[in-house]
Design a protein around this ligand. Sequence first.
Ligand code: HEC
Length: 123
Amino acid sequence: MKFFTAALVAGLSLGAGTAFAQQDTAPKGNIENGKKLFTANGCYQCHGTLGNGAPLTGPRLSNTQLPFDAFMMQLRSPANEMPPYEAKIVPDSAVADIYAYMQSLPASPNAKDLPLLTGMGVK
Ligand code: HEC
């Protein structure tokens, strides 16, 4: 348990460090091209056409707060069930474009803010 706590703390501080280092190093991607690549590479099939995600297929990516290198890492060596995307298939510049596109999208609304759903008793 002690080890677990230490590892967790180390992980958290590493993560924070990465996020800070990240701010300056995120490449400037092309949003329009990212939009095309998001479709062409099939990301939309699991993450939704506007990156809103779905519980059973893939998490929300729209308005992502992930640092660029974490975003990239997920493509190169996915955390869990997502298929990997090698640089041969989706080069670093393409990941930067997709990242820019996702960042450009507004966060999707909460279910409780959608009248259609609240009318059905969603809280
Ligand atoms: C077959 C379904 C599938 C496809 C296709 C897919 N993903 Fe994923 N993605 C997932 C799942 C499931 C996760 C959750 C983590 C995992 O299982 O690895 C995920 C997680 C992510 C995350 C991490 C999100 C977070 O907040 O932690 C990013 C970034 C991501 N995907 C980007 C992409 C991009 C970009 C593409 C297209 C090049 C893509 N994904 C294609 C299923 C998919």
